[in-house]
Design a protein around this ligand. Structure first.
Ligand code: NAP
Length: 248
């Protein structure tokens, strides 16, 4: 095979770490962002921003840019992109691997209610007023509008543009990674009684769960969306080894 030329679907700390390893190894590649945040983390590789235009658009991109390896390092909740990557890679016969992280598991002392999706979290909040930390990202806030009775603490990467769909909320603008001590102080400052979290896994956002455990607070845990079967690796080293194997 020719020299590897990678497309890394990014938007996560894992993708940035992989881009660093790829750059350090002297390989060529591009990191792709959806364009959801105003200032994506600078990458040690060239970057592109914006959707590809579905499966066909991604397949065309892979072909036109002579991509030899597709690495899906998106967030575990980016199910649409991950599904498109599987279909596009198969259609143009470009090998694909996903850089994933194991889901978080409840530990002794945790009080988690599992829900299958965002709609399940909305239903779980259908009750008397509480002070809720809603850590689900900007794109899903409007879905919580049916429960306007709560106070919501929102942690967002960018300051919101325009009015928020929740009448009683406060925004904490921060990108992470977070520490358990800071998250505990944040929860105490806002009198938080309940945390809503996506089961992202990894270390960057686990602090809120550690803080919830320390404070004895319940968590509504949104389980991951299903993604069709694909090759997966949990470490940057394993992805690098796969690139080496499949380039030989
Ligand atoms: P999604 O629902 O799976 O994707 C929707 C569409 O956005 C895709 O079909 C694709 O458009 C475009 N897209 C998504 N990721 C892209 C990427 N890396 N490069 C180019 N286009 C991309 O994705 P999402 O949940 O909105 O997540 C968007 C991005 O934010 C991802 O890169 C993800 O890693 C990051 N992120 C997501 C979450 C989360 O909770 N979902 C959290 C942290 C970071 P086309 O069909 O036009 O190609």
């Amino acid at each position: 095979m020719n020299k590897p030329n990678l497309l890394i679907l990014g938007g996560t700390t894992g993708a940035t770490a992989l881009a660093r390893a790829v750059s350090d190894a002297g390989l060529s590649g591009v990191v792709s962002f959806a364009g959801r945040v105003e200032r994506p983390v600078r990458q040690p590789l060239p970057q592109r921003v914006g959707g590809f235009g579905g499966v066909d658009g991604l397949a065309a991109y892979l072909r036109e840019n002579a991509i030899t390896h597709l690495i899906d390092a998106t967030h575990p909740f980016a199910a649409q992109m991950s599904g498109n990557a599987i279909a596009a890679a198969a259609s143009v016969r470009v090998p694909l691997i996903a850089l994933t992280r194991a889901p978080w598991q409840a530990a002794p002392g945790d009080d988690w209610t599992h829900v299958p999706d965002i709609a399940g979290a909305v239903t779980a909040l259908d009750g008397p007023r509480k002070r809720v930390m809603l850590a689900v990202g900007r794109m899903h806030l409007a879905e919580f509008a049916p429960n306007p009775q709560h106070f919501y603490l929102l942690r967002l990467v960018d300051p919101p543009q325009g009015a928020l769909p929740l009448p009683d909320c406060q925004v904490e603008v921060s990108r992470g990674p977070f520490t358990a001590a800071d998250d505990r102080a944040l929860m105490e400052r806002h009198g938080i009684e309940l945390i809503v979290s996506k089961n992202a896994g990894g270390t960057g956002a686990v602090a809120k769960l550690q803080a919830a455990r320390a404070l004895g607070l319940p968590v509504v845990m949104i389980d991951r969306p299903a993604i069709p079967k694909r090759r997966e690796a949990e470490t940057v080293g394993d992805v690098m080894a796969w690139i080496a194997e499949t380039s030989a």
